[in-house]
Design a protein around this ligand. Structure first.
Ligand SMILES: Nc1ncnc2c1ncn2[C@@H]1O[C@H](COP(=O)(O)OP(=O)(O)OP(=O)(O)O)[C@@H](O)[C@H]1O
Length: 623
């Protein structure tokens, strides 16, 4: 029998920050064996505050709506009580009983991550079997695993719906819990209809028929909905999936009650009027007031701003190059040299601290592929290095890429590879923005701006987790600077990054620059040399040139896809596309780049038509 865990030693710093609760896991009602495992094997000394609030409510069987900052332990807040209640069941659960708990997550990587945590939690309760199903995996193998029986199933919505509709051996008659992790993201990704169908099939819709409601009552169905950001779409999901929910993390926002009373709150069916008001007020607050999103207190948020005078500066750049030899330094960055700036910042991060983990967020898959190639392969012998003749890699660290167009094995390799490295860069789309708990990520760079402020919050939430320090850096063009105001509305306050200092730290012809006069950074000898190296790297091979063109065209398409208020901030017509093309190492005018891209596409379509077999292929019947 595990020793009774008394009050766990408070974690001093974090407790002051309000991250950890002053109670212990046994105080929350968890089984001593599970508590011992959390402490001895998983190294968790005390519950976080959100765990201290949520776990007793989950154990009590009430529906729950949880809002808590990124990196505060929401996963354990729902998995620990589920494992606790499952291990208590008599007779013991068996695989033939099928699925008791269903956890829905928006991405495959998050599915793997939550599955890994579930595996750790059931370590001492071997009769409880976790499993996962997700897009990109072998469906036949998943069917076999479902037929055997999975007690705690982690799933992405699309694949779950598929098995619910086509895998008769999938047993969920004992389903007790449905958890929506990153709930707003699941809806944002267009799974709203799939979720409604899933709830319908599982008989878990609040607005379902009387018969389904009785079924739900009889099974004591408990739905839990968690997110670090709530929005109006979550209200809809909450309305159809939660019954008498206890709202945690919302009250603090509305200062209507302390967290202790949150547990005991009982609500009328669906969301009662005052809950509606809390959610409506809170969700409208998502757009209106400052303190909507709680960001980790130890997160440092900064931005790098481009220069509005970039055109003039670029035209003059080569003419006034000699000014640089006099060490005059302008003070702004043109969008044309933003990639050179990104490379410089990455280089300074890895020179400042040997073991560094950095995630760079980009807006499209093609852009991830292009930048992954540049960061991985760029070599140079600028005139700025002491050893003039030796080519060397610009960045001496492993660079991983992650996006939704990669095949599943490559995605898994990247995800696990970056997680296990001590020092590496991950270049990714927003597929890595939510929930992923990469250990020791010190810096998040948003080279392309996110969409809503909620996506900003989740992206930066990949660092500064569970009390760790972290930095977040956002690249902005001068025309995008109003985005800072939008972020401020949601509680994100950014300061300017000391770019000049970083640049001056790089030697020019072997000496440090002595600042005499502020001139554009585009004419900083380091930047000019790096930009030249980039352009020759990109234009030297057709493959890299094609990657650059595809990335540029996809970037423009993504830029026009901003929605709502953000459309007035991120407007393509305000950008100088020639400079944007330069930031992809391209010297051609965007129209040519775009045109050649169209020509390429037409040529590819003709090739595919020629390759396609003459006779129509028989389409396999649905299983
Ligand atoms: N009680 C605890 N004590 C120490 N570390 C913990 C505790 N609970 C969770 N952690 C660790 O904190 C990190 C963040 O946990 P988790 O990923 O569940 O956060 P989250 O709130 O779900 O974040 P996000 O909003 O980004 O999904 C993980 O590394 C986890 O192992």
């Amino acid at each position: 029998m595990a020793k009774k865990l008394g009050k766990s030693p408070a974690v001093k710093d974090e407790e002051k920050e309000g991250l950890f609760a002053s109670c212990s896991f046994p105080d929350l009602g968890l089984h001593p064996t599970l508590c011992a495992h959390l402490q001895d094997k998983m190294g968790f000394k005390a519950p976080t505050r959100i765990q201290a609030q949520a776990i007793p409510v989950a154990i009590s069987g009430q529906h729950m709506l949880v809002k808590a900052a990124t990196g505060t332990g929401k996963t354990l807040a729902y998995l620990a009580p589920i494992v606790h209640l499952l291990q208590m069941r008599e007779p013991r659960v068996e695989r033939t009983d099928g699925t008791f708990a269903l956890v829905l997550v928006p991405t495959r990587e998050l599915c793997l991550q939550v599955y890994g945590i579930a595996q750790q939690l059931v370590h001492r309760f071997h009769w409880i079997v976790p499993g996962y199903i997700m897009g990109g995996e072998n469906r036949a193998k998943e069917k076999a695993r479902l037929r055997k029986g999975i007690s705690i199933l982690i799933a992405t919505p699309g694949r779950l719906l598929d098995h619910l509709q086509h895998t008769s051996s999938f047993v969920y008659s004992n389903l007790r819990w449905i958890v929506f992790d990153e709930a707003d993201s699941i809806l944002e990704l267009g799974f709203g209809k799939a979720l409604e169908d899933i709830l319908e099939l599982l008989g878990s819709r609040n607005d379902a028929s009387e018969q389904n409601k009785n079924k739900m009552e009889s099974m004591q169905r408990q739905n839990l909905l968690l997110s670090a950001t709530l929005n109006e779409k979550v209200n809809r999901l909450a309305k159809i999936s939660l019954k008498n929910p206890v709202m945690i993390g919302l009250e603090e926002q509305n200062k209507t009650s302390d967290s202790s009373s949150a547990r005991g709150k009982n609500h009328t069916s669906l969301l009662s009027d005052d809950e509606e008001k809390i959610l409506e007020k809170h969700s409208t607050k998502v757009d209106q007031t400052v303190d909507d999103f709680k960001l980790p207190a130890q997160l440092v948020q900064r931005y790098v701003k481009g220069s509005s005078k970039c055109f003039l500066i670029l035209v003059l750049a080569h003419v006034l190059h000699f000014l640089c030899s006099l060490n005059f330094l302008f003070y702004s960055v043109s969008c044309g040299s933003r990639l050179a700036i990104l490379l410089t910042i990455l280089k300074s991060l890895f020179e400042r601290q040997l073991s560094h983990k950095v995630v760079v967020f980009l807006s499209t898959c093609d852009s991830v592929d292009f930048h992954h190639t540049v960061l991985n392969q760029l070599e140079w012998t600028s005139g700025l290095q002491l050893d003039m003749d030796k080519k060397q890699k610009f960045l001496n660290c492993k660079v991983f890429r992650l996006h939704g167009n990669m095949d599943q094995d490559d995605r898994k390799k990247s995800f696990l590879g970056f997680s296990s490295e001590k020092s590496a860069i991950l270049v990714s789309t927003d597929v890595a923005a939510r929930g992923l708990d990469f250990p020791k990520v010190k810096c998040i760079i948003q080279y392309d701006s996110p969409g809503d402020a909620s996506e900003y919050v989740h992206r930066v939430g990949r660092t500064a987790r569970i009390g760790e320090k972290g930095e977040a850096l956002l690249f902005l063009q001068p025309v995008e600077i109003d985005y800072l105001g939008d972020l401020k509305l949601h509680g994100a306050l950014l300061t300017e990054y000391p770019l000049q200092k970083v640049l001056d730290s790089f030697p020019v012809n072997g000496q440090r620059l002595h600042k005499r006069k502020q001139i554009s950074l585009d004419m900083h000898p380091w930047i000019m040399s790096l930009q030249r190296a980039l352009e020759s790297f990109v234009t030297s091979e057709d493959t890299t040139k094609k990657l650059a063109r595809d990335a540029f065209c996809s970037w423009i398409r993504a830029y026009t896809a901003h929605r709502g208020e953000l459309k007035n901030i991120f407007m393509v017509k305000k950008l100088h596309l020639g400079h944007v093309a330069r930031s992809f190492g391209l010297k051609e005018q965007p129209s040519l780049v775009g045109r050649s891209h169209q020509v390429q596409l037409k040529k590819r379509k003709k090739e595919l038509k020629r390759e396609r077999p003459a006779k129509r292929r028989k389409i396999p019947a649905k299983r």
